[in-house]
Write a protein that binds this ligand. Structure first.
Ligand SMILES: Cc1ncc(COP(=O)(O)O)c(C=O)c1O
Length: 403
């Protein structure tokens, strides 16, 4: 006799703190869309939602791979031709002590594999505050307590070394750098990278350097890879195709392991065991990695030109708007203005969507120093769309806070 009682299947308790504010806000926007309003999405970092197109030769490469029958499972670490192209890219980035490379389904999977292969219960890794929320989500999933270090807004959002020193414990195994940074758009200085390397050496840490935006530098300065500054320090450099090559839906990322061979051997074996267990990354898309890294880079000139113009417009608006101030972004396509308001930035953002139909993400969704409020802008839309959206935000601030 089947039971008529419903027994709820509950989700694991360790998931309770997993938030992804960038997409969680979608419920508020959906409500407005159902009412017939058009919401301007300044919340999701997908260039393909705007006037950016995937370079055609990359589409051709994947199409050809599919036609050539590359539709079965790929080798777990990635196809040899892609691995070789990533090694050459590492050399161009000045990384001289490469010990291993592997391809994943987006940098998201690199992050998951690299953290999962490192931390035991009771250990931790240092993540930046504010951070890209995937890091804290994966740590929550693993049941690992967060240990965050602050980025210093008064120092162009550089990591706050004193805070890192304060937060380090005997159980700290690694440190995450996001450079160029999401959500702040900042770049780490060479001196900062050297100082972090020194800390890593002293405390026996591995550095996870997320450089997914390394070709989207907006001020003409070269990007400095952490592993090029500290070839001896155990490091995994995260890179991928989503942003630089305008294919976030293809889900292609990679990890480049560097450092002293003996120091990283056992850890790298662990990562490879995990990669075998999950079979492989998307197969046909891996055939676009070599043409992306070694073929024409013309699209980058156009992407950087558009982003520079949109960054400048964003920065001017921030400077001209009462209650708003912003450290000028130098890379990626995010601005992270501070806002001086008498309520939480989450309320600010939700009311802004409801009243002006402009969607940004609240600073509390990324973590921030207590007592400060921010919001993240994705400045991917064209100048006309941005100008209109910023006029809406300025009007909202004027009406809600009287100036
Ligand atoms: C800093 C950072 N790392 C990783 C990712 C995830 O990238 P992917 O699309 O390769 O999974 C993102 C996506 O926005 C990001 O901003």
């Amino acid at each position: 006799m089947p039971s008529t009682q419903t027994h709820e299947i509950s989700a694991a308790r360790r998931l309770e703190n997993i938030r992804y504010a960038i997409r969680d806000l979608a419920c508020v926007a959906d409500e407005l869309t159902r009412q017939g309003h058009k919401v301007v999405p300044l919340n999701i970092g997908d260039p393909l939602n705007f006037d950016f197109q995937t370079p055609p030769h990359l589409i051709e490469a994947v199409y050809k791979a599919m036609r050539d029958g590359k539709n079965g499972y790929a080798p777990s670490p990635g196809i040899p031709v892609a691995l070789e192209a990533i090694r050459s890219e590492a050399a161009r980035k000045g990384i001289t002590t490469v010990r291993d490379v592997f391809v994943t389904s987006g940098v998201s999977e690199t992050v998951d594999a690299c953290i999962s292969a490192l931390v035991n219960p009771g250990e931790d890794i240092l993540t930046p505050r504010p951070d890209y929320p995937l890091y804290s989500a994966i740590l929550c999933k693993l049941g690992i307590a967060l240990n965050t270090y602050d980025l210093n807004e008064d120092d162009a959002w550089q990591p706050e070394l004193a805070d890192i020193e304060r937060k380090l414990t005997a159980s700290t195994r690694g440190i995450v750098l996001i450079n160029p940074n999401n959500p702040t758009g900042s770049l780490c200085t060479r001196q900062m990278l050297e100082q972090v390397a020194e800390l890593a050496r002293r405390h026996n840490l591995i550095v996870f350097s997320d450089e997914i935006y390394d070709k989207l530098i907006l001020d003409g300065t070269p990007h400095i890879a952490f592993a090029s500054v500290a070839p001896d320090v155990p490091c995994v450099t995260f890179g991928g195709m989503s942003k630089n090559y305008l294919v976030p839906g293809w889900r292609i990322g990679w990890g480049i392991v560097s450092g002293e061979a003996a120091a990283v051997k056992s850890y790298t074996d662990g990562v490879q065991r995990l990669l075998r267990a999950r079979l492989c990354a998307n197969h046909p898309e891996q055939y676009a990695i070599k043409p992306a890294l070694e073929g024409p880079q013309d699209h980058l000139v156009e992407v950087q030109r558009k982003l520079r113009s949109r960054r400048d417009l964003t920065q001017k608006w921030c400077e001209a708007t009462p209650r708003v101030s912003c450290v000028a972004p130098r890379g990626a396509f995010y601005a992270y203005p501070r806002i001086d308001i008498p309520e939480s930035d989450e309320i600010f953002v939700k009311e802004l969507i409801r009243q002006k139909h402009v969607m940004v993400v609240h600073g509390s969704g990324f973590g921030q120093k207590p007592g400060t409020q921010h919001f993240r802008i994705v400045f991917l839309p064209d100048e006309q769309t941005l100008t209109k959206a910023y006029a809406g935000i300025a009007e909202f601030i004027r009406e809600r806070y009287r100036g």
